[in-house]
Design a protein around this ligand. Sequence first.
Ligand code: XUL
Ligand code: CO
Length: 437
Amino acid sequence: MYFDFVEKVAYEGPKSKNPLAFKYYNADEVILGKKMSDHLHFAMAWWHNLGANGVDMFGPGTADKTFGQVPGTMEHAKAKVDAGFEFMRKLGIKYFCFHDVDLVPEADDINVTNARLDEISDYILEKMEGTDIKCLWGTANMFGNPRFMNGAGSTNSADVYCFAAAQIKKALDITVKLGGTGYVFWGGREGYEWLMNTDVKFEQENIAALMHMAVDYGRSIGFTGDFFIEPKPREPMTHQYDFDAATAIGFLRQYGLDKDFKMNIEANHATLATHTFQHELRISAINGMLGSIDANQGTMNLGWDTDEFPWDVYETTLAMYEVLKAGGLKNGGFNFDAKNRRQSNTKEDMFYAFILGMDAFALGLRKAAALIEDGRIDEFVKEKYASFETGIGAKIRAGETTLQELAERASELKNAEDPGSGNQERLRSVINEVLFG
Ligand code: XUL
Ligand code: CO
């Protein structure tokens, strides 16, 4: 036992003052016809929760993530599995996400790393037995090892490209072995630092080819889930190719990958791209590509990815509004790609962070459902476009008119009437009413 200060985090309701209880996340409660736990497939990110110890470029770690073993050993890798499963069980978290090198220490020889991955995935499978804990998605870390300094799929070195392929192959094997329903491509170093020494077209073609090979291989070993691209505009590269959802969707369509891929939208990546989280979710959803969510938040006046646990209930409400409108996440979930602040360094803090994040999304779900049930927002939007329901508007929507006909109507009208107020302030008041009663 690594977390002996708590047996089970239970729902105690909004009046509870117990820091180790949920105030809003009530797994079995039904919201809009579905249990909260079915709306919200929460996942633990192996790297942050079991790996990150608070190290930053100004100082070493502050949190102890050794779990009683020496880091860099297989004993430590197994202790992380034990701690992770205890943690998930105590919080009622049913999914986890991983990079290959989060699970085991990377060796100098890829064959040794792969053997370690076989061993640890056997161990994880054993742990999964008799529990309802599953893998949400897996991925390969193709940005940490120095060989990837010029990119993975976008590298200038054909040999390095082979290592990227090998890692994807192995990460897919393990994802399938653990029953994962998603496989993520976050293009950590797939981008450029300077255009003048970069062949962008060449690099993008190579990334697409690697993704095609990943799809072919994944399908050949029985992977029926979704591949995800996780857009991010910068960091570590000056410009990353998967800048935002619209850019990534365009890329997928250009290279014929759109049938197999969806988006994994991360809140803090959206804001780095100077979008809102809701914007990225909406763009993905209207293109049929809302796959999964990396649930976190940033600090808006900083220019980098802070990966904080989600807290802002306006944001989670608007996010859940998009998710509900899109009919939910099918093969995806809500992965807390978030880490404790460096100064929140106790084991209890690990629990407080997840309770905060789970409650923030649970509250967002409750409030988004309430907004939909209230109906005033939907009614306004429907009414706003009503002129397209009859007459010339209906003809435009049906594609049964011409520029000539429309110009003739404008000429008859001489001047168009006021299209009507957007009522933004009134509608924001509606949202506050629904949020705060
Ligand atoms: C980095 C990031 C990654 C991906 C997985 O910003 O979000 O952790 O989620 O590679
Ligand atoms: Co992420």
